[in-house]
Ligand binder design. Structure first.
Ligand SMILES: [Zn+2]
Length: 260
């Protein structure tokens, strides 16, 4: 990979600096769920292809949710309608509010002190508490998400006056599946490839129309998670030291200078 490709893939140019992306940094964290996923696939290429489909699925869902929040009419891919409906249901149920439609959706945040950047999905207010919301469309809520959201909240809070600071972090997972009316097996086609989980293997499944479901989780212990993120950042720098050394506009601290 050329240095230019490395920079494009892993970061942003902000205020004359190149800053690594939060999600590239958290990629150094060991993911047991991902390992299990690979083990269940026929081969590496097939696994990669399904992951690409899942990523596209996630992007389409994020775009539709974003447009809905902004109040922009758009045509929604019929495939993801159950997810969007369940998002609307969640928003109503939790009375989630967006205070500033211009700035609080898909907001780019960065931290020149800890040297990273990212884009948070939304800042929302629930029962008078402002927090960072991240939307997930995968099959679970994984530990490393708490590092990602701690990084966003830290960077965001450094950029605003104290009365506008976020107090908490939330993950909203949007899921959709077809359920077998006999045995309860769940069929998901998010990755382009059909996956059937649960139920009985000897059942002649009869699947009901797709429906959505959400999982909403508040993340606690921000300081501990931020420590974890900063640790991951150090490890990420160690892995990528040969490229980072060559990036002239990557702001380097004394510790990193010694590492590079
Ligand atoms: Zn069945």
């Amino acid at each position: 990979m050329s240095l230019q490709e490395f920079k494009e893939k892993n970061g942003y140019e902000i205020e004359h600096y190149w800053l690594p992306r939060v999600t590239s940094i958290t990629d150094v964290v060991f993911k047991p769920g991902l390992l299990r996923y690979y083990a269940q696939q026929p081969n590496f290429a097939a696994a990669q292809e399904t992951l690409n489909h899942a990523a596209n699925w996630g992007t389409a869902t994020h775009e539709a949710v974003e447009k809905f929040l902004i109040g922009e009419e758009c045509e929604i891919d019929p495939m993801i309608i159950p997810s969007i409906q369940v998002f609307k249901k969640w928003k109503k149920e939790y009375k989630a509010k967006i205070l500033d439609i211009q700035n609080d959706i898909e907001r780019k945040v960065y931290d020149l002190e800890d040297r990273y950047a990212g884009t948070l999905d939304a800042l929302i207010e629930i029962k008078g508490v402002l927090g960072v919301l991240d939307i997930k469309t995968g099959s679970g809520i994984w530990d490393e998400y708490s590092l990602q959201l701690a990084a966003y909240m830290n960077a965001y809070n450094k950029s605003v006056p104290s009365k506008r600071m976020a107090k908490t972090r939330w993950i909203l997972r949007l899921d959709q599946f077809e359920e077998c009316k006999f045995c309860g097996a769940k069929k998901r086609a998010k990755g382009g490839k059909v996956l059937i989980r649960g139920g009985k293997s000897n059942c002649y499944h009869k699947f009901l129309p797709a429906r959505g479901e959400f999982e909403f989780k508040e993340l606690k212990d921000f300081n501990h998670d931020l420590d974890g993120f900063i640790g991951a950042k150090r490890l990420w720098e160690w892995y990528n030291k040969s490229q980072l050394k060559q990036i002239e506009n990557y702001p380097k601290t004394k510790i990193i200078q010694s590492l590079l």
